[in-house]
Design a protein around this ligand. Structure first.
Ligand SMILES: [Fe+2]
Ligand SMILES: [Zn+2]
Length: 332
């Protein structure tokens, strides 16, 4: 099935890290007219100086799909895998409790309440449970570090995180597809049927890295996903808790804190506002899987709140949009 981007990706939700704001950019004049005052309120003495960085970001986004595909091809032909056996998912990588959980919901008669009683519930529809064994986390991390240290080109994980890697480019798309279809979908169909949890048909998966001198924290945001799974891959760091607020369409000042645990996954709606507090020492690695439902996002793009303006991509999942075909009955 061909996938698409929404046109807004190229112009909207551009992140100015220094002032932690998202902006829309259609050129210098529009940008300064709309954001000069806000930037000055945020302590920016010269809003002009952000124009060039935004122009570069627009250009990067326009070339991103093609460049990412080229990197993927280059990695497939040139990268020497350290742990080749981890590139396709095996049940032994999964924490036995996670396997039990998936089997539990596959048994007829277990509904969402039964599932919720088996996982840890945090605030509104945020759940955590063990996903990977510690041994697998260690091997995946070894692979990630090995790749990071290789001279091969790497793409940024997403528009907010500067450091980390796109797991699709490293060759893990089939792994993540199996995890999504054979395991996670059984949980999400019960937990988030109203957000396409029963029809998650694509994903974007990446590793985010937090380290002093690089990214130490992450501003408050929502994800370009219907459902997100965030799995902790290591323990050698201090602080760096996540915090959660309401869905982006709701108003509430309630905030929940969450401390990572090795191998444990935190499952939440993409539109649940969240951020990451600064780490104070070490390096934190997390695997993030943004799961998307074309059924949901084809109606409304979560990034521009409009019906998506579709831009085709030649390869891969794009941002998870599709053209839905209508079955027309014919009489003959
Ligand atoms: Fe996020
Ligand atoms: Zn859009």
């Amino acid at each position: 099935m061909p996938f698409y981007m929404c046109e807004c990706f190229f112009r909207a939700n551009l992140f100015i890290k220094e002032h932690k704001i998202h902006v829309t950019f259609h050129g210098r004049d529009q940008f300064l007219r709309e954001y000069r005052e806000l930037l000055q309120e945020k302590g920016c003495s010269n809003p002009e100086e952000h124009v060039q960085e935004l122009e570069e970001e627009v250009l990067r986004r326009q070339k991103l799909q093609e460049e990412s595909w080229k990197r993927r091809q280059l990695v497939a032909s040139k990268y020497t895998q350290l742990n080749p056996h981890i590139f396709s998912l095996q049940a032994s990588f999964l924490d036995p409790k996670f396997q039990e959980l998936v089997s539990f919901v596959q048994d007829a008669g277990h509904d969402s309440n039964a599932l919720i009683s088996q996982v840890q519930s945090h605030q509104s529809r945020i759940y955590s449970f063990p996903v990977f064994t510690h041994d697998f986390c260690h091997q995946l991390l070894q692979e990630v570090v090995n790749f990071e240290e290789s001279p091969l080109p790497k793409g940024r994980p997403n528009t907010m995180n500067q450091y980390g890697i796109n797991l699709g480019e490293l060759g893990f798309d089939d792994f993540i597809t199996t995890l999504r279809e054979d395991y996670l979908s059984h949980l999400t169909r019960l937990l988030y049927p109203d957000w396409g949890g029963d029809a998650l048909d694509s994903h974007k998966a990446f590793i985010v890295t937090y380290k002093e001198g690089m990214d130490v924290d992450l501003g408050y945001h929502y994800d370009n996903a219907e459902v997100t799974l965030n799995i902790s891959l290591n323990e050698d760091y201090s602080d760096g808790d996540l915090y959660f607020g309401p869905l982006r369409t709701e108003t509430s000042s309630c905030r929940l804190g969450y401390s990572h645990q090795l191998g444990r996954g935190l499952l939440h709606l993409g539109q649940q506002l969240h951020g990451a507090l600064p780490i104070t020492e070490g390096t934190r690695y997390n695997l993030i899987i943004w799961m998307r439902s074309s059924r949901v996002r084809n109606r409304l793009c979560p990034m521009c709140d409009q019906e998506p303006s579709l831009v085709p991509v030649k390869h891969g999942f794009g941002d998870g949009f599709t053209v839905q075909t209508v079955n027309v009955c014919s009489a003959s």
